[in-house]
Ligand binder design. Structure first.
Ligand code: SAH
Length: 263
């Protein structure tokens, strides 16, 4: 057995029924040889079920050498498809040149970082099914107007349809984590581009939520925004009241105002 290591966020799922529900949540219909990357397989509770699915071309990435050795020994058919390393820095293109899906019981300490990587790779990451800390799951899936709506909600929902599927209690893990868990599914939406500069959009969203109790007018004051924004109704709202589309319109209004100011 692999001894769980806290610093790697290792909480091994003990309950086969929950592992089945997670694997079933991944959409693999309508295609054969669906490229799927499992992040953090550990001792393979999900891996075993994924390998049973004939239509999946499964690769796994695991940072823990001891787990890698365990997987190699118990799942010889995974040979050559076990990648020892850090998902956050790996080159996924070397494994899947085209589109692929992600599944995993994520290491909770890096789940937000995993999603920032997903965002960078969104043209290739079609779907994500994962277990993570319930608090982060709720945030990712929250709509505007909800008090947990935040940076990850806006940035991910700009590109993905996010669904909160079910909750999982600590008792089904070894060792039990201190927090509740949840399983979510993200599916790429129809959007192909933002109608504004993307880096600017991200920066506005981040800065707005850094002062989430303030109106945008106050939260973004330090940016010395063009005067044309003074009359914009959105500026009197708080960030959690803005939909993804509102944040896009706001960024566009800022860009247009700056262009006018430059002339
Ligand atoms: N899927 C297993 C293990 C989940 S625990 C189960 O459900 O039981 C999270 C796993 O992610 C651990 O095996 C841990 O070693 C691995 N891990 C942690 N950081 C990682 C990283 N940066 N890249 C890849 N795997 C990582």
């Amino acid at each position: 057995m692999v001894k769980p290591k806290k610093f790697l966020g290792q909480h091994f799922l003990k309950e086969p029924r929950i592992a089945e529900k997670i694997v079933e949540a991944l959409d693999i219909t309508g295609s054969t040889s669906v490229p799927v990357l499992e992040i953090g397989p550990g001792t393979g509770v999900l891996t075993r079920l994924l390998l049973e699915k004939k239509d999946i071309n499964l690769h796994v990435v695991e940072i823990d050498r001891e787990s890698v050795a365990y997987l190699a020994q118990h799942y010889p058919q995974l040979h050559n498809r076990i990648h020892e390393g850090d998902f956050l820095t790996m080159d996924t293109r070397a494994i899947f040149p085209g589109a692929f899906k992600i599944i995993g019981n994520f290491p909770y300490n890096i789940s937000s970082q995993i999603f920032f990587r997903v965002l960078e790779e969104r043209e290739r990451v079609e779907e994500v099914v994962c277990m993570l800390q319930k608090e982060v799951a709720d945030r990712i899936c929250a709509s505007h107007g909800n008090k947990v709506y935040g940076i990850l909600s806006v940035l991910l929902q700009a590109w993905y349809r996010c669904e909160n599927l079910f909750k999982v209690s600590p008792g089904v893990f070894n060792p039990p984590p201190k927090v509740m868990s949840a399983v979510i599914r993200l599916k790429r939406n129809e959007r192909t581009k933002l109608d504004c500069d993307e880096a600017r959009f991200q920066s506005i969203v981040k800065q707005a939520f850094q002062k989430r109790r303030k109106t945008l007018r106050n939260a973004l004051k330090h940016l010395n925004l063009p005067g044309s924004l003074d009359t914009l109704d959105l500026m009197d709202k708080r960030p959690e009241q803005l939909s993804v589309e509102d944040f896009i319109s706001l960024t566009r209004a800022i860009e247009q105002g700056e262009n006018v100011r430059r002339i």
